[in-house]
Ligand binder design. Structure first.
Ligand SMILES: [Mn+2]
Length: 335
Protein backbone atom coordinates (compact mmCIF):
# COMPACT_ATOMS: atom_id res chain seq x y z
CA UNK A 1 0.00 0.00 0.00
CA UNK A 2 1.37 3.37 -0.92
CA UNK A 3 1.43 6.18 1.54
CA UNK A 4 -0.40 9.20 0.16
CA UNK A 5 -0.79 10.60 3.63
CA UNK A 6 0.07 14.28 3.77
CA UNK A 7 -0.29 14.71 7.51
CA UNK A 8 2.71 15.51 9.63
CA UNK A 9 2.51 13.33 12.70
CA UNK A 10 5.94 14.11 14.20
CA UNK A 11 4.65 16.88 16.42
CA UNK A 12 2.18 14.44 18.01
CA UNK A 13 5.06 12.01 18.66
CA UNK A 14 6.98 14.75 20.47
CA UNK A 15 3.98 15.71 22.60
CA UNK A 16 3.37 12.07 23.56
CA UNK A 17 7.05 11.55 24.34
CA UNK A 18 7.04 14.49 26.79
CA UNK A 19 3.78 13.53 28.52
CA UNK A 20 3.38 11.15 31.45
CA UNK A 21 -0.38 11.52 31.89
CA UNK A 22 -2.69 11.65 28.89
CA UNK A 23 -6.43 12.26 28.59
CA UNK A 24 -8.37 10.87 25.64
CA UNK A 25 -11.84 12.17 24.89
CA UNK A 26 -14.45 12.67 22.17
CA UNK A 27 -17.71 14.51 21.57
CA UNK A 28 -20.92 14.28 23.58
CA UNK A 29 -23.24 11.50 22.31
CA UNK A 30 -20.17 9.52 21.32
CA UNK A 31 -20.29 7.25 18.29
CA UNK A 32 -18.34 4.30 16.90
CA UNK A 33 -15.67 6.54 15.42
CA UNK A 34 -15.04 8.46 18.65
CA UNK A 35 -15.10 5.41 20.93
CA UNK A 36 -13.12 3.23 18.49
CA UNK A 37 -10.46 5.93 18.06
CA UNK A 38 -10.13 6.40 21.82
CA UNK A 39 -9.84 2.70 22.60
CA UNK A 40 -7.31 2.06 19.82
CA UNK A 41 -5.16 4.98 20.96
CA UNK A 42 -5.55 4.03 24.62
CA UNK A 43 -4.09 0.60 23.91
CA UNK A 44 -1.20 2.15 22.00
CA UNK A 45 -0.40 4.64 24.79
CA UNK A 46 -0.66 2.09 27.60
CA UNK A 47 1.73 -0.15 25.66
CA UNK A 48 4.13 2.83 25.64
CA UNK A 49 3.87 2.94 29.44
CA UNK A 50 1.76 6.11 29.69
CA UNK A 51 -0.80 6.78 32.41
CA UNK A 52 -3.86 7.25 30.31
CA UNK A 53 -7.60 7.71 30.86
CA UNK A 54 -10.61 7.96 28.58
CA UNK A 55 -13.09 10.47 30.01
CA UNK A 56 -16.08 11.41 27.85
CA UNK A 57 -18.78 14.07 28.26
CA UNK A 58 -21.53 11.42 27.96
CA UNK A 59 -22.06 7.69 28.49
CA UNK A 60 -20.73 5.12 26.06
CA UNK A 61 -23.70 3.90 23.93
CA UNK A 62 -24.85 0.39 24.84
CA UNK A 63 -24.20 -0.93 21.36
CA UNK A 64 -20.48 -0.04 21.66
CA UNK A 65 -19.86 -1.58 25.08
CA UNK A 66 -18.56 -4.77 23.45
CA UNK A 67 -15.42 -2.78 22.48
CA UNK A 68 -14.82 -1.77 26.08
CA UNK A 69 -14.82 -5.11 27.86
CA UNK A 70 -12.31 -3.80 30.44
CA UNK A 71 -14.45 -0.71 31.24
CA UNK A 72 -11.83 1.85 30.32
CA UNK A 73 -14.32 4.42 29.05
CA UNK A 74 -15.40 6.75 31.86
CA UNK A 75 -18.09 9.42 31.92
CA UNK A 76 -17.08 12.81 33.26
CA UNK A 77 -18.10 13.79 36.78
CA UNK A 78 -16.70 16.05 39.48
CA UNK A 79 -14.24 13.44 40.81
CA UNK A 80 -12.30 13.79 37.55
CA UNK A 81 -11.61 17.51 37.97
CA UNK A 82 -8.42 17.13 39.95
CA UNK A 83 -6.92 14.60 37.55
CA UNK A 84 -7.92 16.71 34.54
CA UNK A 85 -6.34 19.83 36.05
CA UNK A 86 -3.01 18.02 36.27
CA UNK A 87 -2.95 16.10 33.02
CA UNK A 88 0.04 16.71 30.68
CA UNK A 89 -1.61 16.10 27.33
CA UNK A 90 -5.20 15.87 26.06
CA UNK A 91 -5.92 14.17 22.75
CA UNK A 92 -9.45 14.75 21.49
CA UNK A 93 -10.93 12.68 18.66
CA UNK A 94 -13.67 13.41 16.11
CA UNK A 95 -14.77 16.57 17.93
CA UNK A 96 -15.88 18.98 15.15
CA UNK A 97 -16.35 21.77 17.68
CA UNK A 98 -14.59 21.90 21.06
CA UNK A 99 -17.91 22.90 22.68
CA UNK A 100 -19.01 19.31 22.16
CA UNK A 101 -16.58 18.42 24.98
CA UNK A 102 -19.06 20.15 27.28
CA UNK A 103 -17.74 20.71 30.80
CA UNK A 104 -14.49 18.82 30.17
CA UNK A 105 -13.25 21.77 28.08
CA UNK A 106 -13.14 23.90 31.25
CA UNK A 107 -10.40 21.80 32.83
CA UNK A 108 -7.82 21.45 30.06
CA UNK A 109 -6.01 24.76 30.44
CA UNK A 110 -2.98 23.21 32.12
CA UNK A 111 -2.41 20.57 29.48
CA UNK A 112 -1.30 20.61 25.86
CA UNK A 113 -4.35 19.94 23.71
CA UNK A 114 -4.45 18.10 20.39
CA UNK A 115 -7.42 17.55 18.09
CA UNK A 116 -7.39 14.60 15.69
CA UNK A 117 -10.42 14.95 13.47
CA UNK A 118 -11.95 14.53 10.04
CA UNK A 119 -14.66 17.16 10.51
CA UNK A 120 -14.21 20.45 8.70
CA UNK A 121 -12.69 22.38 11.60
CA UNK A 122 -14.62 25.24 13.14
CA UNK A 123 -12.19 28.09 13.32
CA UNK A 124 -11.24 28.32 16.94
CA UNK A 125 -8.00 28.48 18.82
CA UNK A 126 -8.99 26.09 21.54
CA UNK A 127 -6.46 23.42 20.58
CA UNK A 128 -2.68 23.87 20.69
CA UNK A 129 -2.30 21.53 17.76
CA UNK A 130 -4.82 20.33 15.19
CA UNK A 131 -4.46 17.31 12.94
CA UNK A 132 -7.37 17.59 10.53
CA UNK A 133 -8.09 15.62 7.38
CA UNK A 134 -11.59 16.36 6.13
CA UNK A 135 -11.09 13.93 3.23
CA UNK A 136 -10.73 11.06 5.65
CA UNK A 137 -13.84 8.86 6.01
CA UNK A 138 -13.28 8.49 9.77
CA UNK A 139 -10.99 9.67 12.55
CA UNK A 140 -10.16 5.98 13.08
CA UNK A 141 -8.95 5.88 9.47
CA UNK A 142 -6.47 8.68 10.27
CA UNK A 143 -5.20 6.69 13.26
CA UNK A 144 -4.78 3.64 11.07
CA UNK A 145 -2.55 5.77 8.77
CA UNK A 146 -0.59 6.95 11.80
CA UNK A 147 0.00 3.40 13.01
CA UNK A 148 0.58 1.80 9.61
CA UNK A 149 2.66 4.39 7.78
CA UNK A 150 4.13 6.70 10.38
CA UNK A 151 4.88 4.12 13.09
CA UNK A 152 5.28 1.24 10.67
CA UNK A 153 3.00 -0.99 12.76
CA UNK A 154 2.07 -3.56 10.13
CA UNK A 155 0.60 -5.93 12.70
CA UNK A 156 -2.07 -4.58 15.04
CA UNK A 157 -3.41 -6.37 18.11
CA UNK A 158 -7.02 -7.54 17.83
CA UNK A 159 -8.08 -4.90 20.38
CA UNK A 160 -6.72 -2.08 18.26
CA UNK A 161 -7.89 -3.66 15.03
CA UNK A 162 -11.49 -4.16 16.25
CA UNK A 163 -11.61 -0.59 17.54
CA UNK A 164 -10.32 0.91 14.28
CA UNK A 165 -12.58 -1.29 12.17
CA UNK A 166 -15.60 -0.19 14.22
CA UNK A 167 -14.60 3.46 13.77
CA UNK A 168 -14.26 3.13 10.01
CA UNK A 169 -17.28 0.86 9.52
CA UNK A 170 -19.71 2.97 11.55
CA UNK A 171 -18.70 6.27 9.93
CA UNK A 172 -19.07 4.80 6.43
CA UNK A 173 -22.39 3.06 7.24
CA UNK A 174 -20.55 -0.26 6.92
CA UNK A 175 -18.96 0.78 3.63
CA UNK A 176 -22.09 2.09 1.93
CA UNK A 177 -21.98 5.91 2.26
CA UNK A 178 -20.44 8.31 -0.24
CA UNK A 179 -17.31 8.63 1.90
CA UNK A 180 -16.44 4.97 1.20
CA UNK A 181 -13.41 4.65 -1.06
CA UNK A 182 -11.15 1.92 -2.37
CA UNK A 183 -8.77 2.90 0.43
CA UNK A 184 -11.50 2.31 3.05
CA UNK A 185 -11.75 -1.26 1.80
CA UNK A 186 -7.97 -1.65 1.70
CA UNK A 187 -7.77 -0.55 5.33
CA UNK A 188 -10.67 -2.86 6.25
CA UNK A 189 -8.91 -5.76 4.51
CA UNK A 190 -5.77 -5.08 6.54
CA UNK A 191 -7.77 -5.00 9.79
CA UNK A 192 -9.52 -8.26 8.89
CA UNK A 193 -6.04 -9.68 8.35
CA UNK A 194 -5.19 -8.59 11.91
CA UNK A 195 -8.04 -10.74 13.25
CA UNK A 196 -11.15 -8.56 13.10
CA UNK A 197 -14.35 -10.41 12.20
CA UNK A 198 -16.60 -8.03 10.18
CA UNK A 199 -19.85 -9.84 10.90
CA UNK A 200 -19.10 -9.93 14.62
CA UNK A 201 -18.68 -6.14 14.62
CA UNK A 202 -21.76 -5.55 12.41
CA UNK A 203 -23.87 -7.80 14.57
CA UNK A 204 -22.76 -6.06 17.78
CA UNK A 205 -23.47 -2.60 16.38
CA UNK A 206 -26.64 -3.17 14.37
CA UNK A 207 -28.31 -6.40 15.43
CA UNK A 208 -28.97 -5.67 19.09
CA UNK A 209 -32.04 -3.47 18.72
CA UNK A 210 -34.22 -3.44 21.79
CA UNK A 211 -38.01 -3.57 21.74
CA UNK A 212 -38.37 0.07 22.80
CA UNK A 213 -36.42 1.17 19.78
CA UNK A 214 -38.53 -0.89 17.39
CA UNK A 215 -41.75 0.48 18.94
CA UNK A 216 -40.41 4.00 18.51
CA UNK A 217 -39.43 3.30 14.90
CA UNK A 218 -43.00 2.11 14.23
CA UNK A 219 -44.31 5.45 15.49
CA UNK A 220 -41.76 7.33 13.39
CA UNK A 221 -42.76 5.46 10.22
CA UNK A 222 -46.44 6.24 10.87
CA UNK A 223 -45.65 9.91 11.29
CA UNK A 224 -43.21 10.52 8.43
CA UNK A 225 -43.90 13.74 6.56
CA UNK A 226 -42.94 14.57 2.98
CA UNK A 227 -42.62 17.66 0.83
CA UNK A 228 -44.93 17.77 -2.23
CA UNK A 229 -42.14 16.67 -4.55
CA UNK A 230 -41.14 13.82 -2.22
CA UNK A 231 -37.51 14.98 -2.06
CA UNK A 232 -37.65 15.96 1.59
CA UNK A 233 -38.77 13.72 4.41
CA UNK A 234 -38.90 14.66 8.08
CA UNK A 235 -40.23 13.35 11.35
CA UNK A 236 -40.48 14.39 14.95
CA UNK A 237 -39.81 12.53 18.18
CA UNK A 238 -41.35 14.10 21.25
CA UNK A 239 -40.70 13.32 24.91
CA UNK A 240 -44.21 11.84 24.97
CA UNK A 241 -43.32 9.36 22.23
CA UNK A 242 -40.13 8.37 24.06
CA UNK A 243 -42.11 7.81 27.26
CA UNK A 244 -44.84 5.81 25.55
CA UNK A 245 -42.22 3.45 24.09
CA UNK A 246 -40.05 3.39 27.19
CA UNK A 247 -37.25 4.56 24.90
CA UNK A 248 -34.21 6.79 25.47
CA UNK A 249 -32.51 9.37 23.23
CA UNK A 250 -29.86 6.85 22.17
CA UNK A 251 -32.62 4.73 20.60
CA UNK A 252 -33.18 7.26 17.80
CA UNK A 253 -29.81 6.37 16.33
CA UNK A 254 -30.07 5.46 12.64
CA UNK A 255 -33.65 6.67 12.16
CA UNK A 256 -32.63 9.58 9.92
CA UNK A 257 -30.67 7.19 7.70
CA UNK A 258 -33.81 5.08 7.48
CA UNK A 259 -35.93 7.94 6.15
CA UNK A 260 -33.17 8.93 3.73
CA UNK A 261 -33.35 5.38 2.31
CA UNK A 262 -36.81 6.03 0.82
CA UNK A 263 -37.00 6.25 -2.98
CA UNK A 264 -36.98 9.87 -4.15
CA UNK A 265 -35.93 11.33 -0.81
CA UNK A 266 -32.83 13.51 -1.15
CA UNK A 267 -32.81 15.10 2.30
CA UNK A 268 -34.05 13.57 5.55
CA UNK A 269 -34.39 15.47 8.82
CA UNK A 270 -35.14 14.29 12.33
CA UNK A 271 -36.40 16.61 15.08
CA UNK A 272 -36.04 15.37 18.64
CA UNK A 273 -37.57 17.24 21.54
CA UNK A 274 -34.77 17.00 24.12
CA UNK A 275 -36.74 19.13 26.57
CA UNK A 276 -39.33 21.93 26.40
CA UNK A 277 -36.86 24.45 25.01
CA UNK A 278 -34.24 22.28 23.29
CA UNK A 279 -34.48 20.51 19.93
CA UNK A 280 -31.92 18.19 18.40
CA UNK A 281 -31.93 18.20 14.60
CA UNK A 282 -30.24 15.58 12.42
CA UNK A 283 -29.70 16.10 8.71
CA UNK A 284 -28.90 13.43 6.13
CA UNK A 285 -28.52 13.93 2.40
CA UNK A 286 -28.21 11.35 -0.37
CA UNK A 287 -25.41 13.44 -1.90
CA UNK A 288 -27.00 15.89 -4.34
CA UNK A 289 -27.47 18.64 -1.76
CA UNK A 290 -25.07 19.55 1.01
CA UNK A 291 -26.80 20.15 4.34
CA UNK A 292 -24.05 21.11 6.78
CA UNK A 293 -24.49 24.77 5.77
CA UNK A 294 -28.04 24.62 7.17
CA UNK A 295 -26.77 22.90 10.32
CA UNK A 296 -24.16 25.65 10.75
CA UNK A 297 -26.83 28.36 10.33
CA UNK A 298 -28.72 26.74 13.19
CA UNK A 299 -25.63 26.70 15.41
CA UNK A 300 -24.49 23.14 14.66
CA UNK A 301 -22.11 21.56 12.18
CA UNK A 302 -20.92 18.32 10.65
CA UNK A 303 -20.07 16.74 7.34
CA UNK A 304 -21.40 17.76 3.94
CA UNK A 305 -24.06 15.05 3.82
CA UNK A 306 -24.46 14.19 7.53
CA UNK A 307 -24.82 17.00 10.05
CA UNK A 308 -26.71 18.12 13.12
CA UNK A 309 -27.57 20.95 15.46
CA UNK A 310 -28.87 21.43 18.98
CA UNK A 311 -31.18 24.44 19.12
CA UNK A 312 -31.83 25.91 22.56
CA UNK A 313 -34.26 28.43 23.97
CA UNK A 314 -36.88 27.96 21.28
CA UNK A 315 -39.85 25.65 21.16
CA UNK A 316 -40.10 22.65 18.91
CA UNK A 317 -42.75 24.03 16.52
CA UNK A 318 -40.77 27.19 15.87
CA UNK A 319 -37.56 25.26 15.23
CA UNK A 320 -39.38 22.87 12.91
CA UNK A 321 -41.00 25.60 10.81
CA UNK A 322 -37.73 27.45 10.45
CA UNK A 323 -35.73 24.34 9.52
CA UNK A 324 -38.35 23.03 7.09
CA UNK A 325 -38.33 26.33 5.22
CA UNK A 326 -34.50 26.35 5.07
CA UNK A 327 -34.46 22.83 3.61
CA UNK A 328 -37.22 23.61 1.09
CA UNK A 329 -35.30 26.70 0.04
CA UNK A 330 -32.18 24.57 -0.46
CA UNK A 331 -34.11 22.07 -2.61
CA UNK A 332 -35.49 24.87 -4.79
CA UNK A 333 -32.00 26.18 -5.52
CA UNK A 334 -30.07 24.98 -8.54
CA UNK A 335 -27.72 22.12 -7.69
MN1 LIG B 1 -16.22 10.56 12.69
Amino acid sequence: MSNNCHISWSKLDQLILKADTILLSTHIHSDGDGIGSELAFYQYLVDLGKECRIINPSEIPNKLKFLDSCNKVETFNSVHVNWLNNVDLSIIFDIGDYKRLKEISNYLHNSKTVSIDHHPSKSCNFFDYKIIDSNSPATGFMLWEYFYYHLNMKELSKNISDALYTALATDTGFFRYSNTTAKSHTVAAHLIGCGTNPYEIYSQVHEQRNHSQVKLLAKVIQNLEFSDDGKFSWFTITQNMLNECDAILEDVDGFTNFSRSINGVEIAVMFVEVDKHTTRINFRSKGQYSINDIAIRLGGGGHQFAAGALVKERDLQEVKLNTISLVKQKLSEKK
